[in-house]
Design a protein around this ligand. Sequence first.
Ligand SMILES: CC(C)=CCC[C@@H](C)[C@H]1CC[C@H]2C3=C(CC[C@]12C)[C@@]1(C)CC[C@H](O)C[C@@H]1CC3
Ligand SMILES: C[S@@+](CC[C@H](N)C(=O)[O-])C[C@H]1O[C@@H](n2cnc3c(N)ncnc32)[C@H](O)[C@@H]1O
Length: 385
Amino acid sequence: MSSKINESDSAELRKRQAQFTKELHGDDIGSKTGISALISKNRSAQKEAVAKYLKHWDGRTDETSEEKRLEDYNESTHSYYNVVTDFYEYGWGSSFHFSRFYKGETFASAVARHEHYLAYMAGIEKGDLVLDVGCGVGGPAREIARFTGCNVIGLNNNDYQIAKANYYSKKYNLQDQLDFVKGDFMNMDFEPNTFDKVYAIEATCHAPKLEGVYGEIFKVLKPGGVFAVYEWVMTDKYDASNPEHRKIAYEIELGDGIPKMFECQVARDALKNVGFDIIVDEDLADQDDEVPWYYPLTGDWRYVQTLSDIGTFFRTSHIGRKFTNIMVSTMERIGLAPEGSSKVVTALEEAAVGLVAGGESKLFTPMMLFVARKPLVEEPKSSKK
Ligand SMILES: CC(C)=CCC[C@@H](C)[C@H]1CC[C@H]2C3=C(CC[C@]12C)[C@@]1(C)CC[C@H](O)C[C@@H]1CC3
Ligand SMILES: C[S@@+](CC[C@H](N)C(=O)[O-])C[C@H]1O[C@@H](n2cnc3c(N)ncnc32)[C@H](O)[C@@H]1O
């Protein structure tokens, strides 16, 4: 399956997605978030976006179904984030990733610390030109720019999120350090050898083939440059032939808009195959932390560390998700929320269930940390072991 599309198709896809974004979200992107943003959506466009996201998720895990999801990765992921971004901001905030926690640490501090750690491991310095691959609405880029003094370009194939990220840059007066641009990480427009560092936080898992996105990252990194990633992978404990294991992977794929969950070794091999030297290879979820990364989704109140977290953990907990589900389906029934909204909440519930099961069983990790360096002198690929 090739994910390389020709320039005219790519330009046509960009134009279509930009037009659809305007139709679905309107002109005033950024000032509204969460439920108020949801109820402002164009009704017919929302119905179309939900259908585009869910069209390949028919419960089947056979190769043909998987192939169709992989072929349609760009439109499918673009649609997924068109319909979940408001829920993510309502229930999680503006950094769309998990984190490690220690006792007594607030949710916001844990999220920021996770971002700081990646910047530290990548060796990001003041003045570096850094690429954020799959940048979301810019939460990590803002935090890493403030923490290191670097300049970040955020790449994203979702127009709505880019508009939000640029809105927040202006709101927080960070537009001199940050820029957010439209693009498919499988076919980057940047010149070779452009960036001092590249990072990706829980984004490259949406790629139909890891060699594709990692190869593009290798291309745009300067020789000697460093790439650091929190990768979503099925761990070495995972057995694809085990129906219980495959069910957990499918729940994660469906609920998180991922064409195919790859195993850890596939990611490791992909980094090496495109030319990287791997310098760190560590599952940060496998560190016997007292407070597990998935606890907000369990709603286990034992883990709530501070009063300020009560609101967040209500929305992310099982009971809070139930409340949101009832609220959204009622709003949809009376025409206050667009048609399809309750289908999205149902899919997100499947995500939560699959992620907790994957975390508890250690079959899945959202924070496989790889740090890899582009050699100063590029060896011919055939000579790499
Ligand atoms: C999709 C990828 C690669 C990463 C996103 C990781 C997390 C930020 C999300 C994964 C599941 C999401 C859910 C929610 C927020 C963001 C996630 C944790 C909700 C808590 C949002 C509010 C809804 O009512 C329930 C959602 C459950 C899943
Ligand atoms: C779970 S979000 C993480 C966002 C951000 N890294 C953060 O931690 O907040 C995954 C991001 O990857 C982006 N993405 C998915 N597929 C992409 C692609 N083919 N090209 C560029 N961005 C993509 C999504 O639009 C989304 O912004």
